[in-house]
Design a protein around this ligand. Structure first.
Ligand code: LIP
Length: 267
């Protein structure tokens, strides 16, 4: 693999995420086609498709040998050793409802690690970003996870899947968690939840049934902000993620394992 200019890769990710987010927000005020994917509640719009195409074309102009994996179907091999993992609009349901919690998530990865990640929070215009070994930032401001040491005082984000039975099981687990923490937040965007964990806006985030594009950028941002991340591939290219401040990570991991043991199924 050729030597990669991390700074250039990072600047490409941040600039394209920001430009995409600006246009996504502009188009959110226009009419657009909405369709469904894996279930009647799994929405996709023509803006998701446009955004993924725009991101790929913009990156390819600068780096024609890179590969792409995207939520809306991109799946091309890399000739450079660098592959971009793209969620063009993470939180598509929120986008359709104009509920201001959706993000553009772009990560550059190799076979062994994530090099850079950028999550553009569309409603604020803020871009959360990180380079491996280079720290995490929102804009120019350094990010750090919370210094929370008490699980009962922890604000914990989570999410639920598009399959009704999956959601039912995830809600069952939640009944064993919600009384053990300060409170729960459900944004509807995994990338946003991970960025907010890195910023200390929540103390932790967990969710199962995610795709790689939901988490690729946010996971690096949390780690570079001093957080701990447990990422488990659960089959069918789905992932379970726990991202947390170090002071509550182990205790929350144990609680999650207990809660999943009480649910009717694997979620
Ligand atoms: C969403 C995730 C969210 C999860 C939703 C959905 P999408 O991704 O970001 O955390 O709870 O079910 O998977 O589909 O909006 O890109």
């Amino acid at each position: 693999m050729a030597i990669v200019d991390l700074a250039a890769l990072h600047d490409l990710a941040v600039s394209i995420a920001a430009a995409t987010a600006t246009e996504v927000v502009r188009r959110s005020n226009e009419s657009f086609e909405v369709a469904t994917k894996s279930s009647a509640t799994d929405l996709v719009t023509e803006i998701d498709a446009w955004a993924e195409r725009f991101i790929i074309d913009s990156i390819s102009e600068a780096r024609p040998d890179d590969g792409f994996i995207g939520e809306e179907g991109a799946d091309s091999a890399s000739r450079s050793g660098v592959t971009w993992v793209i969620d063009p609009i993470d939180g598509t349901t929120n986008f359709v409802y104009r509920y201001p919690m959706f993000a553009v998530s772009i990560a550059a990865v190799t076979e062994t690690e994530t090099l850079v990640g950028a999550v553009a929070h569309c409603s604020s215009g803020e871009v959360y970003h990180a380079t491996t070994g280079g720290g995490a930032f929102v804009g120019e401001s350094p990010l750090a996870v919370s210094d929370q040491q008490s699980l009962p005082q922890s604000l914990v984000a989570t999410g639920f899947g598009y399959d009704a039975e999956q959601r039912r099981q995830q809600a069952q687990q939640l009944t064993h968690i919600i009384g053990e923490v300060r409170d729960i937040r459900r944004s509807g965007s995994a990338a946003t939840d991970l960025a907010f964990t890195a910023a200390g806006l929540v103390d932790a985030y967990y969710e199962a049934g995610l795709n790689r594009w939901d988490i690729a950028a946010g996971e690096l941002i949390v780690r570079e902000a001093g957080g701990l991340v447990d990422l488990t591939e659960t089959g069918n290219r789905r992932y379970s993620v726990l991202a947390a401040a170090p002071g509550v990570f182990d205790e929350l991991r144990v609680l999650l394992k207990m809660a999943r043991g009480h649910a009717d199924g694997p979620w």
